[in-house]
Write a protein that binds this ligand. Structure first.
Ligand code: COI
Length: 356
């Protein structure tokens, strides 16, 4: 379908924050993309408008029943001034997978990418270039029909906002401490765990707040049935290097199919480092630590990139990994991935998409 994007430019450009004050997700660019959905018209009226609050009826279904999905991806400014997106098609495909699970009508993925490129080229001055910074992109869909009936909405909005960011964790690339959650669960197979939707994050907040009080950056979720198999960390997929082999939980329907997760697996395979996607029990990791074969652990995610895990805490038993320092493989993966993303290393796997 051929869409025409109406564009209204702001007459009041905002001041850009200094790179060392960015943090994560605190500042937003001058413009945003929006598009509406309603039954007869389908997705329609794509527009780029000045960044602004949106007005919703208090009965909009998103507030009551959480019918909403989101994505997270990044754009980078290269040393020679180009703007590169990291695997954006994969994010829009996943947005539609989440839409499907939340009973939200699919968007046109190719058009969404075209709209995103147009939005970024308008706000390209906002993309920071300092080490560790990027432009974080948050596409999301919300159910806007004003009705308290607990059924799928008839109306939606698809919105993309942009935020210049620094590191997700205060620790940066330094190892984080993670609490292995044994009281609460995040998701079960057949639920919404594989979808990128608000409810999964809301389900994790209590555990995350409790863990933060004890000095942990995030929680590591175990499966919701056996409370035994490792699934994912609050905002990241998770990897362990055990006896030379890299392990990550298999995609089983209750965890997120991370874009960085997939990229790490591809890099490892291209380096001939054995990598397995399978069930990993928490006992197996503690046993590997006791026998001295748990070499490294790290989380992966768009926001966090690669975040080494220096310590796990499970039922009060603390397990320090690699002396609490960043492992060699974690560092190499971080350097390689960010090098490709910033256009400093050759993009052999064809991941980067340029914004003209
Ligand atoms: C991302 O890595 O893009 C995420 O969606 C994590 C988010 C909860 C900050």
């Amino acid at each position: 379908m051929a869409y025409v994007i109406e564009t209204e430019l702001t007459s009041a450009k905002k001041q850009k924050p200094a790179a060392d004050r960015l943090g994560f997700g605190n500042y937003f660019t001058d413009h945003m993309f929006m598009m509406d959905y309603e039954g007869k018209l389908g997705w329609h009226r794509p527009r780029i408008v000045p960044y602004q609050p949106i007005s919703l009826d208090p009965a909009a279904k998103v507030f009551h029943y959480g019918q909403t999905v989101f994505e997270g991806l990044k754009a980078y400014r290269t040393a020679d001034g180009r703007v590169l997106l990291f695997r954006p098609q994969k994010n829009f495909r996943r947005l539609n997978q989440s839409n499907g699970r939340l009973s939200i009508p699919a968007i046109d993925e190719e058009f969404a990418l075209q709209a995103l490129k147009q939005l970024i080229s308008i706000d390209r001055d906002w993309i920071p270039s300092e080490e560790g910074t990027s432009l974080y992109i948050r596409p999301f869909v919300i159910a806007t029909q004003p009705s308290l009936g607990a059924s799928s909405s008839t109306h939606y909005q698809f919105i993309i906002i942009l935020s210049p960011v620094g590191p997700y964790y205060a620790e940066g690339i330094h190892p984080v401490k993670i609490h292995v959650e044994s009281e609460y669960v995040r998701a079960v197979k057949g639920g919404i765990g594989m979808a990128k939707t608000a409810g999964n994050y809301a389900a994790g907040l209590k555990a995350q707040d409790d863990a933060a009080q004890h000095g942990f950056a995030q929680v590591l979720w175990l499966d919701g049935v056996h409370r035994k198999y490792v699934e994912e960390v609050g905002s990241m997929n998770v990897f362990f290097k055990v006896d030379g082999k890299v392990l990550t939980p298999a995609l089983n329907g209750s965890l997120l199919d991370g874009v960085v997760r997939d990229s790490i697996l591809q890099l490892l395979r291209s380096w001939n480092i054995p990598a397995e996607e399978r069930l990993i029990s928490i006992d197996e990791l503690y046993e590997a630590h006791r026998s001295g074969t748990l070499e490294e652990a790290f989380g992966t995610g768009t926001a966090a990139v690669i975040s080494p895990i220096g310590e796990l805490n499970w039922r009060g038993e603390r397990l320090v990994i690699n002396g609490g320092t960043t492992g060699e493989l974690s560092a190499k993966l971080y350097e390689t991935l960010t090098g490709i993303q910033r256009g400093e290393l050759e993009d052999q796997l064809g991941w980067m998409v340029e914004v003209e």
